[in-house]
Every structure is written in C-alpha cells, then in structure tokens.
Design a protein around this ligand. Structure first.
Ligand SMILES: NC(=O)c1ccc[n+]([C@@H]2O[C@H](COP(=O)([O-])OP(=O)(O)OC[C@H]3O[C@@H](n4cnc5c(N)ncnc54)[C@H](OP(=O)(O)O)[C@@H]3O)[C@@H](O)[C@H]2O)c1
Length: 387
C-alpha cells in the first residue's frame, strides 16, 4: 500500500436539503463504498438509501451491517436514521408511486443497484433493465433532480473493440455480448438515453473493481479469487506480459462521488478505470502477490492455456486450491477468462480531465488484499461472485 496514494477530495459542498442524495445498492460492494465515502466526507444527513427490506428499521440494520465491512465508525452508523431508508425493490416498483413525494425532492441519484452476476440469473433483465428503467423514468419527471449518475460497466462495450477502449454509446447486438449481465447493462444505457430525454443522465462505467486500498477484501473478495486461483494453478488463459485494468473499490467510490457532485461535467459518459497509466501486467501482479505471501513468483513455471484446456487443470484443483466443486470452478474460470482474454484497457482521460486523480496500481495494494484473504480459502472467496 502506498501511504501517499492520491485521494480524490470529496466535494465539501453542503447539500441544499436533507435526504437530497439518493443512493441505491448501498448494501452491496460498490454502493457500500460510496456510502462510506459520503459519510466519511461529512455528508451523512444528505443521504437517502434505497434498500430491499420489509421495514425501514430492517433496511437500516442491513445497511449498517454492510457499512461495518467498509470501516464506517459505530458513531457514524448510530447517527443514521430509519427515516433515511426508502424500502424498495427494482423487481416490483410499486414503491415508485407510494414514495413519489420523497423521490421528487431528491437532487442527485447515484444508482449502484443491479444484479451484478456473470451467471444465468433470471432476474438480470427484470432488475437491470425493466426495474431500473421504471425508476429512471419516475426520476426523469422531477424538477429538482440535477443529476442521475448511473453506474454501468466498461465491459458493456462487448468484444472486438480496439484497446484502449474509448467511451462510446455504440453497443454490439445483445447476442454478441459474453454474458446476459453485460447485455443488460448496455440495453439500460441505450433505453435511458433514447427514451428519457429529460433525465439529467451521466453514466460512469467502472472497469474491474478488486479490493480496497486499506481494507483489502474485507468488504468483498469479488474477482480477487481469480488471481489467487491463477497463481495457485500456475496457469490461466492470459500471458504474463498482458495487462489488466483493475481499480480498488474506494477509488471507484471517490470518483463516483466526485462525478455526482461536480456542478458541471464536460461529458455524459466516463470510464472509471486504470487506463494506460495505472494498469499492471500479470507478471507484475505475480511478483507483488508472491512478495506479499513471502513466496517465489510463479514466473517461468507459469503456463498460458487455451480456454478449452482449462479442463485439464481440474485434476489438480483439490491439491492446489483446496476442496471445491470442480464443475463450479471450471465454469467460473471459463467465464472470467472470457473477459480477461479481451485484453482491454479502458481509456480514463475524460475522468482525469475532470481533475480526478489517477487510481493506484493494483500492485500497490495487492498486499492488503492478500493479508485480508489469509483466513479465506479460494473456493470460499469465489462464492462472492456466485451468490
Ligand atoms: N464489482 C465490479 O467489478 C463492477 C465493475 C463494473 C461495474 N460494476 C457495477 O457496479 C454496480 C454495483 O456492483 P457491485 O459489485 O457492488 O454488486 P453487488 O455487491 O452485488 O451489489 C448489488 C447491489 O444492488 C442491490 N440490488 C440487487 N437487486 C436489487 C433489486 N431487485 N432491487 C434493489 N436493489 C437491488 C443489492 O441489494 P441486496 O443487498 O438487497 O441484494 C446490492 O445492494 C453494478 O451496477 C455493477 O454493474 C461493478
């Protein structure tokens, strides 16, 4: 961890009214980091949270449980009130009517809620497209709304793009996307832009979010297990000299808050990514990871395999990664290798031009991820992405 890693200043602007920033997805990885960033920046009173719960009190408990993982202090958690919880589910959007008065007073939305899964999950389209569209359409009727910051994913650009990938509203056909999740994320962006001209929409597309600069994988082991598995198996589908675009969740959250609160922005679409300046090669990650574990890097023992050859590794799963369901591990490796093989870096010049600091490199905080994962087996950590 670099002690002086650049931090993005949380805008100190006071909000005009209480509960004027609506955050969705705050019980999840990225939304939890956004909530922590806003609370630590002194903005707690401004926040309203959309949470799936039967009552505001239950919603508040769910939120507090997640924010503890993001190291929010007990004093700050106690100060949050049930009145700041708006109970609602994007699968059943009747709450958009009953909560309309509160919604119409909101000035900023940071929309992190989504089914963020590469698996075949029947709720992906109903939540990520239909429910999200109903929510955005309701918000587009507000006179008070200044910005609707929607969190997309950089991978929604689809395959066959030239790297570094630049921000673009062009999407491939849904069938060309690697998984339903990225197809749904592309479709909702397209629909909001084309069908909701009054929505003050800004889209932020993070690249690959792994760990936290200071908390490592405490709040989520999402995707870190893929690196652990690759090094334990001494094989994966990428070459060691290929680069990967990874950012920590706290950096991503700080960038989202800055994009939500900056009075003016030059664009309506931003990557939040490592780009050329902060991406690392797998070889660099191998060395930093090994150093953190007090081991020799995999280095020359590493074998690049084709996606079809992943199956040959199954025989060594148990000895190398611990007890696991080999079919699930193989499916996971195949899914994630599909994205890794795209070999994309995502251009982040637009973000930097907004005065937002560049992210740290993954190698600068991989030791914190290793430390926080010591007691967690690789198959157990994998379950973060297969809930
Ligand atoms: N993690 C990454 O690497 C990454 C990269 C690029 C983009 N993103 C984007 O970042 C956003 C957040 O992802 P994440 O990694 O933080 O995912 P996550 O940890 O799975 O969190 C998802 C959040 O969405 C909420 N949610 C899910 N279904 C909902 C529904 N039907 N109604 C209301 N809320 C619902 C969840 O609430 P419950 O707690 O109630 O389930 C949770 O708070 C997503 O839009 C994703 O596409 C993530």
């Amino acid at each position: 961890m670099t002690p002086n890693a650049d931090r993005i200043a949380t805008p100190s602007r006071r909000f005009a009214a209480e509960h004027s920033l609506l955050l969705t997805g705050a019980t999840g990885f990225l939304g939890g980091a956004v909530a922590a960033c806003l609370i630590q920046g002194g903005q707690a009173d401004a926040l309203l949270f959309l949470v799936r719960a039967d009552s505001p009190e239950q919603g508040l408990e769910r939120l507090r449980d997640n924010l503890r993982l993001h190291a929010v202090s007990e004093t700050a958690l106690e100060a949050l009130k049930a009145a700041q919880i708006l109970c609602g589910d994007l699968l059943d959007t009747r709450w958009l009517q009953t909560e309309r008065a509160r919604l119409m007073r909101v000035e900023q939305v940071i929309n992190c809620a989504a089914v963020a899964s590469f698996s075949k999950n029947p709720t992906i389209w109903p939540v990520n497209v239909e429910g999200t569209f109903a929510f955005a359409r309701a918000m587009s009727q507000s006179r008070n709304l200044k910005r609707f910051l929607h969190v997309g994913t950089a991978m929604c650009c689809g395959p066959q793009r030239e790297s570094p990938v630049r921000e673009s509203w062009d999407f491939p056909d849904s069938e060309e996307q690697l998984v339903d999740y990225t197809a749904s994320k592309a479709e909702i962006e397209r629909r909001m832009r084309e069908e909701l001209p009054n929505l003050p929409l800004v889209v932020a597309r993070p690249s690959i979010v792994v760990g936290h600069r200071e908390l490592g994988c405490q709040a989520s082991g999402s995707i870190f297990w893929v690196f652990r598995m690759g090094f334990a198996l001494e094989s994966f589908t990428c070459a060691l000299d290929e680069q990967i675009d990874v950012i920590p969740v706290d950096y991503c959250a700080e960038a989202l808050v800055a994009l939500a609160l900056k009075p003016t922005l030059a664009h309506g679409l931003y990557h939040i990514s490592a780009g050329h300046g902060s991406s690392c090669t797998f070889g660099e990650i191998d060395r930093a990871y090994a150093l953190a574990r007090g081991e020799e890097p995999v280095g020359e023992r590493y074998r690049k395999v084709s996606p079809d050859d992943l199956r040959e590794l199954a025989g060594s799963f148990e000895t190398r990664i611990g007890k696991a369901n080999p079919r699930l591990v193989l499916r996971a490796l195949r899914l994630y290798s599909g994205f890794a093989d795209l070999n994309y870096l995502f251009d982040n010049q637009r973000l930097l031009d907004e005065g937002i600091a560049p992210p740290p490199r993954f190698t600068e905080y991989v030791d914190v991820c290793v430390e926080s994962s010591r007691e967690v087996s690789i198959p157990a950590q994998m379950l973060w992405d297969f809930k």
